[in-house]
Ligand binder design. Sequence first.
Ligand code: ING
Length: 314
Amino acid sequence: MSRNLKLGAAQLGPIAREDTRKDVVERLLNLLAEAGDRGVELLVYPELALTTFFPRWYLEDEEEMLSFFEKEMPSDDTQPLFDEAARLGIGFCLGYAELHTDSDGVTHRYNTQMLVERDGSVVAKFRKVHIPGHAEVQGWRPFQHLERYYFEPGPDGFGVWRAFGGIMGMAICNDRRWSETYRVMGLQGVELIMIGYNTPSFYAPDPQQNALQNFHNHVVMQAGAYQNGCWVVGVAKGGIEEGIDHIAQSVIIAPSGQIVAQTITTGDELVVANIDLDFCSFYKDTVFKFDLYRVPEHYRLISQTRGVILPPEE
Ligand code: ING
């Protein structure tokens, strides 16, 4: 028995500060059209796929800052993407900056991904949990990473949803570096995790890591896939955007941890893989059979470990 799903990773190249939503939606539609030609059923776009990665600047003018956020999804500008995807019967995952007003009238700013089924219905919204960077301008940096100024952490954690014939999960960019991200969804039986990312190749706090950015990008997603017996798709907005280089190398990773598809450019590029969601059981039912080998009591004890356990003083 196999539950096949044709999965597409729709990598984007740079988006300029002055690019309009219409300019970008045109590019998303081009990738969608190619996905349709190649029989894709689920298409994953990057983090913040509608605008340039604006947290690289401190935007003093509130009106300009809010211009990078979506007040509704779909909006007039993004409705054509939703319409064409539904017409083609392709589901998609789209990253964007979300302005959300809750039932108490409080406005929140989130770094968000929306998952849409093949019939155009909205499956879920996920809001980024791990917000990297800093909240105030740091003059020593060659460029800023002000995500902690622009975004609140998502309040809902990491959920999973039944869609596309399986159990779907989402994470965004920095989330992929933390093992809890995958395990929290793994404990809920996740079979595919969709991750968009914008990752500068220069890491200001420790430039020694620059040369390892592509390695770190893949090792965390491959480990997360293997240790939780799930598929992982990681999709970049890459290339030199407003003068800052971003890694690309978008991938589709199997529950074995193997990379089954990878982009070879830093621009708009679609890679496709036919994934079998039943393949997850080769790992979920053997090496990582949680209810047999993963003893919660051990983890409760381990979680109480504080620092290094030293032998008693002589
Ligand atoms: N970007 C980066 C990421 O986590 C970063 C920030 C880069 C953190 C390198 C640590 C090391 O991929 C976003 N948008 O989270």
